[in-house]
Design a protein around this ligand. Structure first.
Ligand code: ADP
Length: 476
């Protein structure tokens, strides 16, 4: 079944690109606007400083001078006119020019009227800066050749403004190019960040189709690397479970069919042949019983497997007599002593109590003893002990077999789900690799210590440390 993504969901790459691009455009726009503004105002301020410096310099020269200095003053005024691009005039109060660096402009009367109204009457040593008709003007009240005059310096701002305009144009062009570059870089960055995620998604799709050979790879970013690691772990677990299901299905169908065929065959034999011969009948009935036991074991494993995958649920802890509990379980194994020649040796301290989930601990002890039975040596001996360890307030349960033991490198794997040793044991054991995993989950949920050690003289010792508690309050 294909899942459609909701329409609201957007592509991460597009979003990232959009945000990166927006961010850079904003930065570039702000920087350009600031540059644009600063350029205009600093050009104006500079022009003003210039006109004041030239104007005050000329005022210093001309103020109080006599006509003898006319030549010098005129020279100085011309020098500024050439180097600074300014015009300078010394005019009387009626508007007649005494010295000027250029011919009087056509609209001189208008210019002079404006000058007069700005200065507001001749006042000794007064100077004013004002702008009019794209000119920056400096006017000072001076006495030249014994007469009250005005010194006017005119700075045509068009020159300054033109160079500012061309610089502003450069700024706009640079900003546009920068925005274009930022779009490309943002696109590449967004692609680079989102690419590993879409790769993971492609791999996940392949895995969903049942290809477990895929490998989630991506080490460029730490978070993605962690995600791939988790996905690889999940994939391995799914693969294990899938393999297990397939194996279980083929095993189960094969294993169920064999005992069922046997049961049917021997039941028919009892009915038709051995019914009246008690010895033969019992032998045949025993086969039926053995095969039924095998069936029960198989069904139990399948049930346990589903229980483990569904989680083990809440613990139902209570205080109980561990000594009697272990005896109870060992009695259940008693039939093996009679029917299959197993020998159980027990060394159990009396009257020990613990606090645990009795039903689940039953499964733990049962699985450990079953394994010892399954994997013990030719002598078919199993040793079970329950020992009080008062100094640590613990009770150690241990079960030892005489089998070939578990190689060190395998010891940490045997607790994994579906793990089964490849080694041949004394007797071929039909297991599922789930028993010890169930033991581990139960004991970990109790926070009990447990483990396996090699036994002296071969075989293994599996142990569990139970907390020791005093007997129930009513002294049961
Ligand atoms: P199963 O017994 O169904 O295969 P378990 O989870 O109980 O699964 O055990 C996992 C593996 O650990 C077994 O396949 C076996 O190789 C190894 N094992 C368990 N108990 C013993 C033991 N007492 N001696 C030797 N090997 C053992």
């Amino acid at each position: 079944m294909k899942h459609k993504l909701p329409l609201k969901i957007k592509s991460m790459q597009v979003l990232l690109w959009r945000y990166f691009a927006l961010f850079t455009v904003l930065i570039i726009a702000v920087v350009s606007i600031v540059c644009y503004g600063v350029l205009t105002s600093s050009a104006t301020i500079q022009a003003r400083d210039r006109v004041i410096s030239v104007g005050s310099g000329l005022t210093y020269f001309a103020n109080g001078a006599t006509s003898d200095f006319e030549g010098v003053i005129s020279n100085e005024m011309n020098r500024y006119a050439i180097t600074e691009g300014m015009d300078a005039f010394i005019v009387g109060l009626n508007g007649a020019a005494f010295i000027s660096t250029t011919e009087l402009p056509d609209d001189w009367s208008g210019i002079f009227e404006e000058l007069k109204s700005t200065v507001d009457g001749w006042t000794a040593d007064r100077a004013v800066v004002y702008s009019a008709q794209s000119n920056l003007n400096y006017v000072s009240c001076i006495v030249f050749n014994g007469r009250q005059c005005y010194l006017l310096v005119r700075y045509p701002m068009t020159v300054v403004l033109n160079s500012v305009r061309s610089m502003q144009l450069y700024i706009v062009i640079i900003a546009l190019v920068a925005i274009l570059i930022s779009f490309v870089i943002s696109y590449m960055l967004a692609k680079r960040i989102s690419r590993p995620i879409s790769e993971l998604s492609q791999t996940a799709k392949r895995m969903a189709k049942g290809d477990y050979s895929v490998q989630f790879e991506s080490a460029e970013f730490e978070e993605i690397a962690q995600l791939s690691e988790s996905l690889n772990y999940a994939k391995d677990e799914i693969k294990k479970s899938d393999d297990f299901q397939k194996e279980l299905l083929s095993n189960v169908s094969h294993d169920l069919r064999t005992p069922l065929t046997m049961i049917k065959a021997y039941a028919s034999m009892v009915m038709e042949i051995s019914g009246n011969d008690p010895q033969k009948r019992n032998k045949h009935l025993q086969v039926i019983i053995d095969e039924s036991d095998r069936l029960t074991g198989l069904v139990n494993d399948i049930l346990n497997a589903s229980k483990v995958s569904a989680g083990l649920g809440e613990l139902n802890k209570k205080v109980f007599n561990l000594t009697e509990f272990i005896y109870g379980i060992m009695n259940k194994f008693g039939y093996l002593q009679e029917t299959a020649g197993y020998k159980f040796y027990t060394d159990i301290d009396s009257n020990l109590y613990t606090l645990a989930d009795e039903e689940k601990i039953y499964q733990v002890i049962y699985n450990l003893v079953s394994n010892a039975v399954n994997y013990t040596g030719e002598d078919k001996c199993v040793y079970v002990s329950l020992k009080d360890m008062p100094e640590s307030r613990r009770i150690r349960f241990a079960v030892r077999d005489t089998g070939k033991g578990i190689p060190e490198e395998e010891r940490k794997h045997i607790w994994d789900r579906y793990y089964r040793s490849k080694d041949a044991h004394a007797r071929p054991v039909k297991g599922t690799g789930l028993g010890l995993n169930i033991v581990k989950i139960i004991l970990q949920s109790h926070a009990f210590d447990f483990g396996v050690k090699p036994a002296e003289g071969g075989g293994s010792v599996f142990y569990v440390d139970f907390p020791e508690v005093s007997s129930t309050p009513d002294g049961e």
